[in-house]
Design a protein around this ligand. Structure first.
Ligand code: NDP
Length: 496
């Protein structure tokens, strides 16, 4: 509360200063977070400028585009490719439903690529219109901070121009990180993978995170031979272990070659493609090698350290407080560049909170509880709240775990051998549902509603008293009657 009042007072004082600035707010980076923060700030009456690099599907230090990673080379194009890839298996599944597909079905990658690019160009235009409709002035060029209230814009023709601003917001996102392996320049990142001229016949993927399993599913769905290498026993570190096992099984079931506990040590160009060598001495040749080994905050060229903005030593992320303010009171940062929870809806939330705090007169800290997320592998995984491991680690209560593994109704006719799994982790004493996960068709669509329930503090009894929608997979979430296991609290109880 005291901190909230302090922020309130400081922001009000800064906003009432008599000094003349070119802008009340200058935002560097027009991705999801930057666009949200600038639009909402303008709606509160602020005079806002924003800069962004010119558009291209593949980013570089001098290329970007209004809309940012999510719209141009992330969530949106990825989901389009996931939809495209899923049709292959759907066509297979249709056969037992009476569809006689007598002729060969071919997949035309170039057509999908063209449609995908058309869509992101359309969205880029919409984002630009959103800014101009809100009265935000858009500058094309590279922005850097040259003082606590001064930004410099390097325009497309190379000329530099500087603007003063009462507040500066850094929203430059993140960039794919490449491990320093000999031959690493032969590999591509997700930027290029979303825009490949030709669909590869053989792909090697390094990494066990979101992007690697999503691309493994996309390419496999399009008929590519995929070898997926990751350092741990299972992919998706940080997610519920049981769900990770289900994802691994499903990826394998769809024909992806998994190589757990394995990493790549060298890439070499051969006549036949790119030869990768693993730390177990195995060699595989592929047409494309994708590094999906995490992303790093995009702070390198912003000149932040010279201005005194503190960065995290390890990751280079901009350090901020719960209101997204850096150690320099007039400079703020939101989204992936702060490396908090690197998801588009979180950047949007941080942008909204920033505008409310700085121009809306309502200091608002972002709320990181119960943020649902989804991994769009095929079939997808979606979760909200705590995994079983996190619940045991973080709470001092006994845990009840409810699970349901079943054959989705569609598979009974199609014959697809793929189970759906759902899980609820419950505080055995308060009956509060601490976490929910699902791996199966439509998991993200279902989990959004479950997230509302968890945010409202729903108990297992309330789940049980909710009537199911029949017949659906989702109804399993309200019909898991008996606990699969009870786990006693690991930590001593507070009142003992
Ligand atoms: P992640 O952080 O999800 O995963 C990185 C993976 O790379 C981990 O498996 C990690 O292994 C592995 N790794 C890291 N360094 C090395 C190395 N030197 N050698 C071998 N393996 C390595 O990163 P992604 O690139 O998949 O995605 C970046 C971020 O983008 C995500 O964290 C997420 O925030 C966001 N994103 C969200 C999506 C969504 O919401 N659906 C979709 C795509 C991206 P280990 O576990 O062993 O450390």
């Amino acid at each position: 509360m005291a901190r909230k009042m302090l922020i309130d007072g400081e922001v009000e004082k800064a906003n009432k200063e008599n000094t003349h600035y070119d802008f009340d707010l200058f935002v560097i980076g027009a991705g999801s977070g930057g666009v949200r923060a600038s639009r909402f700030s303008a709606q509160y009456g602020a005079k806002v400028g924003i800069c962004e690099l010119p558009f291209h599907p593949i980013s570089s230090e001098t290329i970007g585009g209004v809309g940012g990673t999510c719209v141009i080379r992330g969530c949106v194009p990825k989901k389009i490719l996931v939809y495209g890839a899923a049709f292959g298996a759907e066509i297979e599944d249709a056969k037992n439903y009476g569809w006689e597909l007598n002729e060969r079905t071919d997949f035309n990658w170039k057509k999908l690529l063209h449609k995908k690019t058309e869509e992101i160009v359309r969205l880029n235009g919409i984002y630009k219109r959103l800014l101009s409709n809100a009265g935000v002035k858009l500058f094309e060029g590279e922005g850097r901070v040259i003082g606590p209230n001064q930004v410099e814009l390097i325009q497309l023709d190379g000329t530099k121009i500087s603007y003063s601003a009462k507040h500066i917001l850094i929203a430059t996102g993140s960039r794919a990180h490449r491990p320093a392996i000999p031959g690493q320049e032969l590999a591509i990142t997700s930027d290029e993978a979303l825009s490949l001229e030709e669909l590869p016949k053989r792909a090697v993927i390094l990494g066990g995170g979101y992007i690697s399993v999503e691309f493994a599913s996309i390419w496999r769905g399009m008929g590519v031979t995929v070898d997926l290498f990751f350092r741990k026993e299972l992919p998706l570190r940080g997610f519920d272990d049981e769900m990770r096992t289900v994802v691994a099984k499903n990826l394998e079931g769809r024909g992806i070659n998994l190589h757990p506990n394995t990493t790549l040590t060298e890439l070499t160009k051969t006549e036949d493609g790119i030869k990768v060598r693993t730390d177990h001495g195995q060699e595989i040749t592929a047409d494309v090698v994708l590094f999906a080994t995490g992303r790093a905050p995009n702070t390198k060229r912003l000149n932040l350290e010279s201005v005194g903005v503190e960065l995290d030593n390890r990751t280079g992320a901009v350090k901020v407080d719960e209101y997204s303010r850096t150690n320099i009171p007039s400079i703020w940062a939101i989204g992936d560049v702060t490396n908090r929870m690197n998801l588009t809806p979180v950047a949007l939330m941080e942008g909204t909170c920033f505008a409310k705090t700085v121009f809306g007169g309502q200091p608002t800290a972002a709320d990181y509880n119960h943020i649902p997320c989804a991994v769009f592998c095929i079939p997808p995984l979606s979760v909200v709240g705590l995994s079983e491991e996190q619940a045991l680690e973080n709470s001092n209560c006994d845990i009840s775990v409810f699970t349901s593994t079943f054959n989705p109704m569609k598979n009974t006719i199609s014959g697809r051998q793929e189970k759906t799994m759902m899980k609820l982790v419950v505080d055995a004493e308060s009956d509060k549902v601490l976490g929910a996960s699902m791996c199966g068709p439509d998991a993200p669509e279902i989990m959004q509603g479950i997230a509302v329930a968890l945010k409202c503090g729903a108990t297992k009894a309330q789940f049980d008293s909710t009537i199911g929608i029949h017949p659906s997979a989702a109804e399993e979430f309200v019909t898991m009657r008996s606990a699969t296991r009870q786990i006693p609290a690991r930590k001593p109880k507070a009142n003992i």
